[in-house]
Design a binder for this molecule. Sequence first.
Ligand SMILES: [Zn+2]
Length: 214
Amino acid sequence: MIIESIVTGPMQENCFIIADENTRSGFVIDPGWEAKKIKKALDKHGIEDVTILLTHGHFDHISGVSELKELTGAKVYMSPDDDFLLGSVGGSTAMMCGMGNAKRFEVDEEIHEGDTFTAGEITLTAMATPGHTPGGISFYDGKERVFAGDSLFEGSVGRVDFPRSDGKALIKSITEVLYSLPDETIVHCGHGPDTEIGHEKRTNPFTLNPGYLM
Ligand SMILES: [Zn+2]
């Protein structure tokens, strides 16, 4: 299996490539910015057949989608519950962050809870983890890793002070969905380092004291 993380843009967003070595097909999760850098990484691994999966619709996770789509012809999948965020690409906040010239794009297919995405021997299952945004999705590979977007970070959780964020829903997504995965599951976060489910269960101050967010 090929796995690579690429830090993109001024918000230091983590984009992930996960692909099957034999079929050279796979996924780009959250191409936030710097599509050319992501394409270079795909080329380095000889990956030609890719699908773009989005954990949520914040501009720092999706501003590279349009260009990467042009470079690869990939289809884009996202939860329809985050469609209201698509207009933030190239918007005023993105502009203030130096990401104003990103082009908007259309989502090709909706993601719903339980959907599966397969490339060679890799199968990712979509788990609805709303809270940071209403359409938050985590992708679990069924054995050792989960891509959690901005739901869960090492020692922290996603912000819930955005319009339509919901602290109570986020805590529920983390404690009932993500924490139901085996303790040794690696969590690939939307920003910052990887962590592990068991480590967060034992030490994450926000899930130990959920009152902070509720
Ligand atoms: Zn976000």
